[in-house]
Write a protein that binds this ligand. Structure first.
Ligand code: IMP
Length: 193
């Protein structure tokens, strides 16, 4: 089976992607190919950051590879926190502090509309491809739910009443930005087999 590297060490993302691409490719994480480098995400777009990681692996290890980068873009904040989503309130990547900062920034907001976005970069036999996933929704004024991660307790997707943190993983993945981008990637890869 052909090896395909997913440039992540996040076990949740790996599990999700393995389930979606089930059996077609051998999906390996960075640690599984003995890549322990800290790959710095220095670009100012999701596409750019995803590409940095995929290129790093392709160039150093020679494997076909894909990578994802995601974040929250809030309309009233002109797309912030965007690529800074994980470290919005500081380098500590403290999600509680990030959510509190977001609530503060939106105190006087005239709109609470926002979107999560994922960009996936794939390098397949030297060619670069991109897949985007977006889900629109609303930022609540207080947290609801215990599941998920990041800004999930504050985000209600358009057309739903539950926050991402009140949904089961299956419910969330079926509609999420990451789910959409990975589904596009999966469809593309299947067309290549
Ligand atoms: P990553 O690129 O997937 O690691 O996401 C970067 C940051 O964006 C995370 O640390 C979260 O703050 C935020 N984020 C990305 N995806 C989600 C999600 O599905 N729910 C909540 N927050 C997310």
């Amino acid at each position: 089976m052909e090896k395909l590297i997913f440039a992540t060490n996040n076990p949740n993302k790996l599990k999700e992607v393995r389930e979606m691409l089930g059996g077609k490719f051998q999906i390996l994480s960075l640690n599984e190919i003995n890549c322990f480098d800290e790959i710095e995400e220095t670009a100012d777009t999701f596409e750019g950051n995803a590409l940095i990681k995929a290129r790093f692996v392709y160039e150093k290890f020679g494997y076909n590879c894909f990578s994802d980068d995601s974040g929250l873009e809030v309309d009233f904040l002109n797309g912030a926190p965007g690529v800074f989503s994980a470290r919005y309130a500081g380098e500590g990547k403290d999600m509680e502090a990030n959510m509190q900062k977001l609530l503060l920034e939106l105190k006087e907001a005239t709109t609470r509309k926002a979107q999560f976005r994922t960009s996936v970069a794939l390098i397949l036999n030297g060619e670069e491809y991109f897949f985007d996933g977006i889900i629109r929704g609303t930022i609540l004024t207080e947290k609801r739910g215990e599941k998920g991660f990041g800004y999930d307790p504050l985000f209600v997707p358009e057309g739903y009443v539950k926050t991402f943190a009140e949904m089961t993983p299956e419910e969330k993945h079926a509609i999420s930005h990451r789910g959409i981008a990975i589904a596009k990637l999966t469809q593309f890869l299947q067309s290549k087999i």
